[in-house]
Design a protein around this ligand. Structure first.
Ligand code: AP5
Length: 264
C-alpha cells in the first residue's frame, strides 16, 4: 500500500473522529510526526493521541523531564539539548525502547520528535517489526509519517512566542494562543516559562540540525510510500482537520486491505 498525499488545510469545522475499538487492532504500528522546530508536531500529536486514545511519546518532553530531575539520562542529554544538537542515536533509541516496553501495549504509538535521523528511522522499523511480531493475533502495518510543512518566518514567530506553565505544562503562544493575562497561566496563576532552547541562536542551530539530519528522514518515508504531507501554515484547528482526513484515509485503506485478506 502506498500513502503519499498532500493535504491542504481548509477552515471547515474539525470532524470528530470516533475512537473505534477496531483501530486498536489494525492500522500502522506508529504514526510519527515530522517537521521543523515549531511546526506544531507536539500540538497536533497530543490531539491525535487523545482522539484515538493511543499512547503519545514526545522524546523532547521525556528528555526535558530527565534533565529537570537530573537523572543519569538527563545529564547525558542536557548539553546536546542546550546547544540545539541531537542527543546521540543510541541514547535516544535505548530510552525509547524502555519507555515503550514500560507502556506494555501493542497499540499504535504516536511518536512526536522521533525519528530525527536515518539511523533512528531504520531502528524504529526494525523495533516495531519485532514488537508487533510478538503479537501474532494483530500484526500491525509499518509506521506512517505526517510531515507538517511551514515557512521559516512563521515558525520563528511561533518559537519566540511559545510559553508553557511550569506547574501544569499547558502550552501557550503570546502571538497565537495568548493567556488571558500576559505571561500568567490561565489555570494555575503561575508565571509562564520560555524554553531555554527557544532563544534565537539555539533556534538557528536546531533548524540547521533539522535540515541536515531530519529532512532525509522525510525522504525515507516518501520513498517507502508512507508519507502524509500537511500544510501547517494555518490555524491549529485547520491543521488538525487536515491531519484527521489523512489519517482516516490511512485507516480506511488498511481496513480494506485487512478485510480482503480475511476474505470479507
Ligand atoms: P523537541 O521538544 O522535540 O523540539 P522540536 O522538534 O524542536 O520541536 P518543538 O517542540 O520546538 O516544536 P513543535 O513542532 O512540537 O511545535 P509545538 O506544537 O510545540 O526536542 C527538543 C530537543 O530534544 C532537541 O533539540 C534534541 O536536543 C532533543 N531530542 C528530542 N528528540 C530527539 C531525537 N529523536 N533524537 C535526538 N535528539 C532529540 O508548537 C510551537 C508553538 O507554536 C507553540 O507555542 C504552539 O502553541 C504554537 N502553534 C502550534 N501550532 C500552531 C498553529 N497552527 N498556529 C499558530 N500557533 C501554533
Amino acid at each position: 500500500m502506498t500513502i503519499e498525499t498532500k493535504i491542504l488545510c481548509s477552515n471547515r469545522a474539525v470532524r470528530h473522529l470516533e475512537p473505534l475499538n477496531a483501530r486498536h487492532t489494525f492500522g500502522p504500528a506508529a504514526v510519527v510526526f515530522l517537521g521543523p522546530p515549531g511546526a506544531g508536531k507536539g500540538t497536533q500529536a497530543r490531539h491525535v493521541a487523545n482522539e484515538y486514545r493511543f499512547p503519545h511519546i514526545s522524546t523532547g518532553d521525556v528528555f526535558r523531564t530527565h534533565v529537570a530531575k537530573k537523572t543519569a539520562l538527563g545529564l547525558q542529554s542536557a548539553a546536546s539539548m542546550r546547544r540545539g544538537m541531537l542527543v546521540p542515536d543510541e541514547v535516544v533509541c535505548g530510552m525509547l525502547m524502555e519507555h515503550i516496553r514500560d507502556l506494555g501495549s501493542t497499540g499504535c504509538l504516536i511518536l512526536d520528535g522521533f525519528p530525527r535521523s536515518l539511523a533512528q528511522a531504520k531502528w524504529l522499523d526494525h523495533f516495531l517489526h519485532t514488537r508487533t511480531g510478538e503479537s501474532h493475533e494483530f500484526p500491525r502495518e509499518a509506521p506512517v509519517a505526517i510531515q507538517i510543512n511551514i515557512g521559516r518566518d512563521q515558525l520563528l514567530r511561533r518559537l519566540a512566542g511559545r510559553r508553557s506553565c511550569p506547574s501544569c505544562g499547558r502550552l501557550y503562544n503570546l502571538h497565537f494562543q495568548p493567556p488571558r493575562n500576559p505571561e500568567i497561566c490561565d489555570y494555575q496563576g503561575a508565571e509562564l516559562a520560555m524554553r531555554p532552547d527557544d532563544s534565537e541562536s539555539v533556534v538557528c542551530e536546531r533548524l540547521m540540525v533539522h535540515d541536515q539530519n531530519t529532512l532525509p528522514v522525510t525522504e525515507y518515508y516518501r520513498r517507502k510510500g508512507r508519507l502524509l504531507e500537511i500544510e501547517g501554515n494555518d490555524t491549529v484547528n485547520a491543521v488538525r482537520a487536515a491531519i484527521a482526513v489523512g489519517l482516516e484515509s490511512v485507516f480506511a485503506m488498511q481496513q480494506h486491505k485487512r478485510h480482503r485478506g480475511l476474505g470479507i
